[in-house]
Design a protein around this ligand. Structure first.
Ligand code: 5GP
Length: 189
């Protein structure tokens, strides 16, 4: 997606050699018209597939997931982080280690919202080490839903998330794939 690559180059801020901030349109300020285009593009990559739900993780996945859900005409479920004390009934849960925050959190989804009748497309803003995606795949499996694939806005290839998910045989579509970010220079694959 050419426009996305251009905006990452012009607006992205590299922290160290591994963190990319795209706060101007995705992670802090949200630009609805652009996020809708991103959502449409992810939906198009999976055209022809039966998809009944989009699944993401709070908070920064929600805007993109909503755009994908809108394009597909399906509901969006977001996994919540932290304690499930406010949740009543059965839940699916999985741990996620965050390299950016250096902490482990549990995410959970109510069993009301994902069932064996669902065919699920996972959506997230970034794929880095693959921890968040792995946990979401785990939740889809717990629910007994069909896993259609994952649509990612920005994949940081050098952090190995895709390889770490090889065993789950998940189809991953990324709109922008970054090969390296050494010395603040963003190089696309
Ligand atoms: P992973 O679990 O694949 O290591 O990391 C993916 C999650 O961490 C995403 O949900 C995303 O919110 C966050 N993340 C990972 N790398 C970055 C980054 O470079 N920039 C931002 N803004 N978020 C990131």
């Amino acid at each position: 997606m050419k426009e996305l690559l251009e905006r990452i180059q012009t607006e992205g801020v590299v922290i160290g050699d591994s963190i990319l901030k795209v706060d101007s349109f995705l992670n802090h300020q949200i630009e609805p018209s652009f996020i809708l285009k991103i959502g449409r593009e992810i939906a198009d990559r999976f055209s022809g597939e039966r998809i009944t739900k989009v699944l993401t993780i709070e908070a920064s996945g929600i805007a993109v997931a909503m755009a994908v859900g809108l394009a597909l005409g399906v509901k969006v479920v977001f996994a919540k982080k932290g304690h499930a004390s406010t949740q009543t009934g059965d839940i699916y849960t999985a741990p996620v280690y965050s390299f950016t925050r250096q902490e482990e959190v549990n995410i959970f989804v109510s069993s009301k919202f994902l069932t064996p009748h669902d065919a699920v497309l996972i959506v997230d803003d970034f794929l880095a080490h693959g921890q968040a995606l792995k946990a979401l795949v785990d939740i889809v499996r717990q629910a007994g839903s069909v896993l259609v694939g994952a649509g990612i806005v920005i994949e940081k290839q050098f952090q190995g998330g895709r390889e770490s998910l090889q065993e789950s045989r998940i189809r991953i579509e990324s709109l922008a794939t970054i090969k390296s970010m050494r010395e603040g220079k963003i190089e696309f694959a």
